[in-house]
Design a protein around this ligand. Structure first.
Ligand code: NI
Length: 388
């Protein structure tokens, strides 16, 4: 079965929603206008239940099929938030809010799930319930975690969850997925090195925190190159170095380093966290300084359950005929992982063609992908929960 014909008819309407979201981007949990519009549209489609304020500003819309004989419930998720980026696309529907931009295509995800909701509420050609999950704050706020904490999955008895993200570099109309780890865990760390500041011409009277920090930065690179199995993925990046001096002739008392750790496996994640502590404290001690590490766990690894992945790929193949089932994992992170940690499910990439990468000021979601994405969402429900 190819793309559903109904989505060809709905395309202008879905595109108009998408461009309206694009022109009015909102950040993190402040997606008030977007969430209100989503809820208003879902009510206009005749969804059976529309609840706002889940996970602060998330929206849940429930559609019951023509029958509900087996109590099946499938969750379909889209994210709604934008990024603090100054848009440089020059599009007629470009952001009207300075410094905010839908640079990750979440406007497209929300519009496609709305399109699927409209279609599913019209046709109800399934046995069970579809829970459409519109989440805030994917870009760093953990909106997915907040919705889970709010009891969203148990409140609607969601049994499995599916999410989608557009991806530049994959042709429009193609899908890509893989079983197992698909996106990384993203943690952050802050290291505070304390020595003895003083006159730069008298280093022997000081404990030079900049020299100690330089040794720490280099030593941290041995985690990836010398400690972790080369067949496992890991990134350790020190991204900022900040001192309490701006002079060329003062040895600073304190240096702060900040960075990120990306891993694909919980054991590697634990190992890297321990190793950072040992390297930082040991290096500082060896050079006469003190150092402290604050390590903060962020989004967990996004893990696709094998059976649900095979099913998601099968539906994608029906919709487009083009699905890569062994796409390489990415070291970016995704907070749909909080839902996948609670329920089996899968996360799939939808091709966005030859555009700028997500999070770039020239990025734009390709509206030609809408019929594929919306069909995939709808077909997931119909195929998973066929009428008896
Ligand atoms: Ni995104």
């Amino acid at each position: 079965m190819p793309v559903k014909n109904r989505f060809a008819e709905l395309l202008p309407e879905i595109t108009a929603w998408r461009r309206d979201f694009h022109a009015n981007p909102e950040l993190l949990f402040e997606v008030h206008r977007t969430a209100a519009r989503v809820a208003e549209l879902c009510r206009s489609f005749g969804c059976d239940e529309v609840v706002e304020g889940i996970g602060r500003t998330g929206v849940v819309a429930v559609i019951t099929g023509r029958s509900d004989t087996r109590g099946r419930v499938i969750g379909l998720r889209a994210d709604m938030d934008a990024l603090p980026i100054i848009e440089q696309t020059g599009l007629p529907y470009a952001s009207t809010v300075p410094g905010k931009m839908h640079a990750c295509g979440h406007d497209g995800h929300t519009a496609m799930l709305l399109g699927a909701a409209k279609y599913l509420a019209e046709t109800r050609n399934f046995d069970g319930r579809v829970v459409c999950i519109f989440q805030p704050a994917e870009e760093g706020g953990g909106g997915g975690r907040e919705m889970v904490r709010d009891g969203m999955l148990s409140r609607w008895n969601v049994q499995e969850v599916y999410g989608m993200h557009n991806m530049p570099g994959i042709p429009v109309g193609h899908f890509a997925i893989r079983p197992g780890a698909m996106m990384a865990a993203a943690d952050q760390f802050e290291i505070v090195v304390t020595g003895k500041g003083g006159h730069a011409a008298k280093p022997h009277d000081c404990v030079d925190t900049t020299a100690v920090s330089a040794h720490i930065i280099v030593a941290l690179q041995t985690i990836a190159s010398r400690n972790v199995d080369p067949l496992k993925q890991v990134v350790v990046s020190v991204c900022t170095v900040e001192t309490d001096s701006s002079a060329h002739n003062v040895i600073p008392q304190v240096v702060k380093l900040k960075g990120t750790v990306r891993t694909m496996d919980a054991k590697v994640q634990d190992f890297v966290q321990d190793r950072i502590g040992q390297i930082v404290e040991g290096t500082a001690l060896a050079l006469g300084a003190r150092a402290e590490v604050r390590y903060q766990r962020g989004y967990p690894v996004t893990v696709n359950a094998p059976d649900n992945t095979a099913f998601a790929a099968e539906v994608a193949a029906r919709v487009s005929g083009q699905v890569d089932t062994d796409t390489p994992p990415l070291m970016g992170a995704e907070d749909f992982s909080f839902m996948l940690n609670e329920r089996p499910g899968a996360y799939i990439f939808l091709g966005n063609g030859d555009t700028a990468m997500v999070h770039h000021p020239a990025y734009n979601f390709d509206d030609a992908a809408i019929p594929f994405g919306a069909s995939w969402y709808a077909e997931m429900a119909e195929t998973r929960m066929p009428n008896p």
